[in-house]
Design a protein around this ligand. Structure first.
Ligand code: AMP
Ligand code: ZN
Length: 471
């Protein structure tokens, strides 16, 4: 599989350190509010990556953190803790907020068929690991203590901006919002590893440490949680593009300084879902959640298809019209699949040829829109229905669009409707008309059609024969 690697800015052949097990880490949500569908675009595409690797025969261990402490409002080291803000907003404790929104996040993931990672670790579980890493960084002169906080010293690095090709706007996160300069920092890019002093003294969660009672910075959690469960060498680290800087840049700085060697080989970044007005937000405009989509009658699978129809390295614009188009596409797909009968033999040669198209799409930097095209190719192919159904089930191990189940449900509903509308007398008249047509007795065929029309029945000629419905 070829994947674009944000550190080398190239598509590279993916070769895991250990062919027996791919180690994958994903930045999890900050659980101060519901995830918006932009956040969930990132998790959908990461889910597809994990499933594509498994589909290609790899065994994958995937770890995700839950950010329940340390993520400040500005993404840099200033502003109030997002969790505390959430707790104040809802008059609850930070831990209550964390539990509630963690559950809400996984409920949304379930609706979108996003598999739960093998390990999910809340940041507040790993304080000892952070203290250990920060201590080592201080011992080796990579970090310093100033004004009550421990900072990472970026002047000890050969290279700090490892993801140099991102948009100015993405790189500017840390210096946006009129952030005040922190006079304790030796260098502009230094970042906090452990806080004991911030402007916001009412931080709810604090722990004892060699540097005083305080709390960890946001970046340290991902380095430590990854190493706790995946060891010193990571194959793939994934996240949204806004995380490349400062979050992932700082993770690399501290992890490699701590380890003394390269840490992660492939960096996978999903570009943003934007609204027509620009950046998606939890506070401005309509707060777009999975529940909001459902309340407007949208099937979460249509949103998943909407995401799969575009490449993860392109910004995607959300509009209700675009989502409506995905709904039409999804419904058509399901309706088409519902007409397939599990009949005939699986034709191996055709199966392999069509599967190959799908695999090639995934192997080309996870080109999900081409993978969806491969699915349409299956429906158009000249082969047995059994071959098609086997291919669709096979592809859906990665696409996770519930295709077979949705088609079965639709077929059952149609059968039920047909049964409810069954009328042997009308069936007999439709059969007589078919016979008349066969005998080229057009006048009789037309007479029967007109008679039925007068009784409110419309005949629909399909490749499977004449059907009728009440109008
Ligand atoms: P957060 O909950 O803010 O920590 O973000 C969770 C994930 O969503 C991170 O991987 C972010 O990079 C990603 N993310 C944030 N905004 C968007 C967006 N508009 N589109 C896609 N991914 C996003
Ligand atoms: Zn992270």
């Amino acid at each position: 599989m070829y994947l674009y690697n944000s550190t080398t800015h190239k598509k590279e052949l993916f070769v895991p350190n250990n062919p027996e097990l791919v180690k994958m880490y994903t930045c999890g949500p900050t659980v101060y509010h519901y995830a918006h569908i932009g956040n969930l675009r990132t998790y959908i595409m990461e889910d597809v990556l994990e499933k594509a690797l498994r589909y290609c025969g790899y065994n994958v261990k995937r770890v995700m953190n839950i950010t329940d402490v340390g993520h400040l409002a500005s993404d840099a080291d200033t502003g109030e803790d997002k969790m505390l803000k959430g707790a104040k907003r809802e008059n609850k404790t930070v831990m209550e907020i964390a539990r509630y929104y963690t559950d809400a996040f996984f409920a949304d993931c379930e609706k979108l068929n996003i598999k739960r990672p093998d390990v999910v670790e809340p940041a507040t579980n790993c304080i000892d690991e952070y203290i250990d890493m920060v201590s080592r960084l201080l011992e080796t002169g990579k970090a310093y203590f100033a004004g009550g906080n421990v900072y990472f010293d970026t002047s000890t690095l050969e290279k700090y901006y490892v993801f140099g090709d991102h948009d100015e706007e993405d790189l500017a996160v840390g210096v946006r919002e009129g952030v005040e300069e922190d006079s304790n920092k030796k260098n502009k890019n230094d970042f906090v590893l452990w806080f004991t002093k911030s402007k916001f003294e009412d931080q709810a969660l604090k722990w004892d440490s060699p540097w005083g009672v305080g709390y960890p910075g946001w970046h340290i959690e991902c380095s430590c949680i990854s190493m706790k469960h995946l060891g010193e060498d990571l194959d793939i680290h994934a996240g949204g593009i806004d995380n490349a800087f400062p979050h992932h840049t700082n993770e690399i700085a501290q992890s490699e300084s701590y380890l003394g060697h390269k840490w992660c080989n492939y960096w996978f970044h999903v570009h943003h879902l934007n609204t027509e007005g620009g950046k998606m937000s939890k506070s401005k405009g309509e707060f777009l959640t999975v529940s909001l989509l459902e309340s407007k009658g949208y099937d979460p699978m249509a949103y998943r298809l909407f995401c799969l129809q575009s490449h993860y390295r392109r910004n995607l614009v959300f509009s209700w019209e675009n989502l409506d188009n995905a709904v039409v596409a999804y419904d058509k797909l399901v309706a088409k699949i519902a007409t397939l009968k599990n009949e005939g033999e699986i034709e191996q040669a055709v199966f392999e040829e069509l599967k190959n198209k799908f695999v090639t799409a995934l192997n080309g930097d996870l080109n999900t829109s081409l993978a969806v095209t491969a699915l349409y190719d299956v429906l158009k192919a000249k082969c047995s229905d059994a071959t098609k159904l086997a291919l669709i089930a096979d592809f859906d191990a990665v696409l996770s669009l519930n295709l077979i189940a949705a088609a079965q449900k639709l077929a059952a509903k149609q059968a039920e409707e047909e049964a409810a509308n069954a009328d042997p007398e009308i069936d007999a008249l439709v059969a007589q008309r078919t016979e008349a047509k066969k005998a080229k007795n057009w006048a009789e065929a037309d007479r029967i059609r007109d008679e039925l029309k007068a009784r409110g029945i419309e005949i629909i000629d399909t490749p499977q024969g004449a059907k009728w419905r009440k109008v």
